[in-house]
Write a new protein. Sequence first.
Length: 86
Amino acid sequence: MLSMVHVSQSTHAGGFLILLMMFGIFIGLITLAIKVLIFCRICSKAGYSWALGLLILVPIANIFIAFYLAFADWPVQKELRSLKQQ
């Protein structure tokens, strides 16, 4: 009788851990989708192709794309400078 109680409790604990892991994966995927959407919008508004934001999914490229967007001359800025010079 004692062993049956122990097995039952471990089964419930295992089910809870699986449910907790599935919830964590779900939240992680939602967060990743929001992050990709944000970077695609930033790239699009900067004058680049929106697909450049998909590089956020590539492990090393995500660091480089963030630095590039922070320090590069955006096409929108170049166009604004050329319009001001005219």
